[in-house]
Design a protein around this ligand. Sequence first.
Ligand code: SAM
Length: 358
Amino acid sequence: MAFFRAKDTIEEGDLVVVCLSRDNMVPITVNASVVYNNKFGNFAHANMIGMQYGSKMYSHNGRGYVHLLFPTPELWTLIVPHRTQILYLPDISFISAYLDLVPGRRVLECGTGSGSFSHSIARSIAPNGHLYSFEYHEKRYEIAKAEFEQHGIADLITLQHRDVLKDGFALSNAVQAVFLDLPAPWDAIASAKEAFDRLEVGRLCSFSPCIEQVQRTCQALADHGFTDIRMFEVLIRDHDLRSMPHPTIQSAIARHRSQIEAKALAQQQRAASAPQANGHTEPTTNTGEETKKRKATDALAETTTPDGHDLSLRPLTDAELHYTLMTKTEEECRGHTSYLTFATLIPAADTSPSMMAV
Ligand code: SAM
């Protein structure tokens, strides 16, 4: 199986993401002689074989259920055993878009770390792209290598065990995109530049947790002839999705019109029932109390008919309402994930395709 070649039916040896809830998922490799156990009870792997991915499976005692999901890079990022800090989906999606990671792209990534981003890159560039990934920590390198093989993405990735700051990438004229997630990315810029394909516009991204690293990286990028250098701070903001009711224009107009008409009618009725003026005005000796009373009576007259019917806008009926999906964002962004510095490498004039053709 491969992460990016979805299939319908679960087979022996498959990696299955057992989902108890959005925050509780476990990867298992299906082995007919094993029984997976959780707080709901037992789930025999043998019974999973032949089930459809996405199915609901009940425990042996029917006390609870899990969903059996096909592993995707997105799910893997949520469940990967952490050997290092990893890249999460907000950064992964942003970087993938800005580096233009599409099928066929040749990409360099350093360091591999826990391989969270490597899985997404592999899926984006499949089937004919290639990822060169570098990791100097031997154990991490070995685990990542084994995982790439188990997950069917090893043919897309050349993983090297190498200290790139000491020995460079040893790649020349090979890639169109570079991603650096290193403690001292500025020291890898010269070697990364060498790795870029000389006939194409190259895109580089460096992930840094702090602004001092960004400053040094920007300086190194400028010194090595990169252009369009810009940094983005990635902030997480939740969008609360709601279905908001609002009246249609026709129903809003009709409702206001009927209210105006009802008020006009009430005024006519009040005028008709008021005692006729005889030209004689009573001397005005209004106390504050009387003025207050009169104001209250006038206000009541505005909102009720003389016989006491309510004249305020009637509530809308369901038939008069439309529902629109809207998002409400929080005022504050809770913490940031990273600073992402992007830069472009334009092919040198003497090696650009048009010059080569001359
Ligand atoms: N992006 C990865 C992910 O999504 O899982 C996480 C990368 S992790 C933060 C950084 C990795 O770079 C570590 O595993 C570290 O061992 C590796 N590294 C640091 N310096 C290195 C160097 N000079 N050469 C190669 N790898 C290096």
